[in-house]
Design a protein. Sequence first.
Length: 366
Amino acid sequence: GIVATDEHLGIVIFNPGAERIFGYPQEEVVYKRRLPELLPENLAAAILQAMTSADSRKDWPWSETEFVSRTGERIPVRFSGSILNERGKKLGVVAFIQDLREIKGLQLELVRSERLAAIGQTVAGLAHGIKNVLHGLKGGSYLVDVGITKKDSQKLQKGWDMIKRSIDRTSNLVMDLLSYSKEREPAYEECTPNEIAAEVCDLVRERAQQDRTEIVRDFDPAIGRVCMDPHTLHTTLLNFVSNALDACLFDESTGKRWQVRVRTCAEPGQTIRFDVSDNGAGMSDEVQRKLFSSFFSTKGHRGTGLGLLVTRKLVEEHGGRIEVTSRLGEGTTFSMHLPYRTQARPNEPLRAEQNATARQPAAKEV
């Protein structure tokens, strides 16, 4: 698409390609709207700044961004633009826009195919884990039978606990496979990220006390109510905190006071960083390279290797990213950068906030 403006940024050229991208017919735009009205806030501000000040900037190199169409659809595009000058006078702006929807769609299909292939590999690799679950069910049922026959309440309770743990592991495995295989659009709602982080800390408090690990909360008070997907935030934070507790539990160091710190921090560009740090076993460089490989787990038969795959998928669907830093014997930090919106898009009305308990699945091993 091509859009050109006059010196006041009023649109004077709006070609058919621009019509397809923005969803506006030419007659509703030319001489009736200004270019900044159609652009993302940061790009509009940059162009306004360049046109109304002594800024010497003359062009914008190709870069990827997102435009919002007339219907509220988020359109991935590549944008480039130049200021038109004549004898030092700024006459207007010409913008070139490449629609990336088809390219992104093909990339998504490739990712989906790779994910399905990984699921096939994962199912094959999980056969041993499923067998262990069945052993747990058989062992638990045996103890229950013995407890009933001999009226031994201790064996009865022990057997029932084994059965419940096996059921939980089966449920977690199935839910992880479903989450990893299905495409999911983030469900944006108004929420308070610090409250969701606090919910996660409360959820694992009892387990942390049993493992003699301290949970430290370090929340940025500047973070208020924002628009993001609370399910993604809750699920990913719970996975990170559960992994951090496991790292402390598996640490063979003696004399340590184990600690898991959950930190939130507002960042520029409508982004919030969530750090989950532990001073547990840490990871070698080789383990870090394999972290997001299908069915790779540092927990032996206790882990499926799907947890971090599901977590990364949810974060990427939300437009975020994950960073990992770790030193063997010293601890690990997972940093998640999640973008938020100040309000829902026109085609995404804010949903009523769900009951907090609906977002609180049982703490699980990942």
